[in-house]
Design a protein around this ligand. Structure first.
Ligand code: F6R
Length: 260
């Protein structure tokens, strides 16, 4: 796992956007895994900026989102369909047919989830997956206790997640309690993982993800099993890391490292 700590949310977002831009420059028809929530907004802004400056082209890109609330139609302003359209898709030249987001209103969740997994495979797998982390250590909506080999499925949200996400809704009671989410196993198959975290309320989850044991109680800890996981943090989110000085040292020494 590569841990990069940057002084601000903006710099952290820029660094993560650079990784995604690098993948797109090498592979213009790359498959991107998208996340929602507050954390990736800065990355989307950076990618949109690069697109508007003529540096990034999305017309051959395919995207798969991590998750969606069950029961919210696409038109609901709290749905992840709506979020993605408003914050990213409508600002770039992506082909609408290449956008995949789990359905929150399907009549058959099991069949939908199986189809979603199959589509990811048919599109060649995810090249780079953007991730945030929940204060309970979740990735996507893989709450504590989720199998580390889980696949896309219906999941019941945990109380801390409902509490965290209540800020987006008028009332806590309005937060859906079910979601469709990619599984941890699905996420681990992406070729590169880019996880971002900012703010003090993520510091404990981040420390457990990076330096704790691999455990289904902190599903983000599964990133330790991935051969290419990059973690971008601001100072607050890095606040509880014991090996902080080493991560900075590694980054400082990287440009001069012996080449193979
Ligand atoms: C969203 C997702 C979630 C969020 C996490 C952090 O698609 O998969 O795992 O990344 O809950 O949310 P924020 O960024 O709002 O703190």
């Amino acid at each position: 796992m590569e841990v990069v700590v940057l002084p601000s949310y903006q710099e952290m977002s820029k660094a993560a956007a650079q990784v995604i831009a690098g993948v797109l420059n090498e592979k213009p028809n790359a498959v991107l895994g998208m996340a929602t929530g507050s954390t990736p907004l800065g990355v989307y802004q950076e990618l949109v900026k690069m697109h508007k400056a003529g540096e990034l082209d999305f017309h051959q890109v395919t995207t798969f989102n991590l998750d969606e609330y069950v029961g919210l139609p696409k038109s609901n302003s709290q749905s992840y369909h709506y979020f993605m359209h408003e914050n990213f898709f409508k600002h770039v030249n992506i082909a609408p047919d290449n956008i995949y987001i789990p359905s929150g209103t399907t009549k058959n969740y099991r069949a939908f989830c199986a189809w979603y997994e199959k589509r990811i495979e048919e599109c060649g797998g995810i090249d780079v997956q953007i991730l945030g982390i929940g204060s309970d250590g979740h990735i996507a909506f893989n709450e504590p206790g989720s199998s580390l080999s889980s696949r896309t499925r219906l999941k019941t949200l945990a109380e801390p997640t409902i509490q965290d996400n209540a800020r987006f809704f008028d009332r806590k009671e309005d937060v859906p309690i079910y979601a469709i989410t990619m599984g941890v196993g699905t996420i681990l198959e992406a070729r590169t993982l880019v996880l971002l975290a900012n703010g003090k309320n993520k510091a404990n989850a981040v420390a457990q993800m990076v330096e704790g044991p691999v455990t289904s109680m902190i599903t983000a800890s599964a990133l330790q099993l991935h051969p290419s996981a990059k973690v971008f943090l601001d100072e607050d989110a890095a606040g509880q890391l014991k090996m902080r000085e080493y991560y900075d040292w590694v980054m400082k020494k990287k440009p001069g490292a012996p080449q193979t």
